[in-house]
Design a protein around this ligand. Sequence first.
Ligand SMILES: [Zn+2]
Length: 80
Amino acid sequence: MQLLSKEDFHAVVGTCRDCGAEVAHYVCNDGLIAARPAAAEWDWWLACTNEACAHHQGEGVFQDYPAWLVPAPRDASPTI
Ligand SMILES: [Zn+2]
């Protein structure tokens, strides 16, 4: 499950190394901060879409992706 409605959701950037589910990349807007208060400190947030996964809480990102993300192939990556 994604944390935000489709309009606010940014992109799928890869899969979770722990569970294989899609990992979503979010803009840290008011909707995301309501769901994940720690996102107030960040511009971008990554979270596993599997609610049962430890990475569903997610984490803020600046330049480096977390180790639990398996990035999507380059030709499938979103344009930001
Ligand atoms: Zn996961």
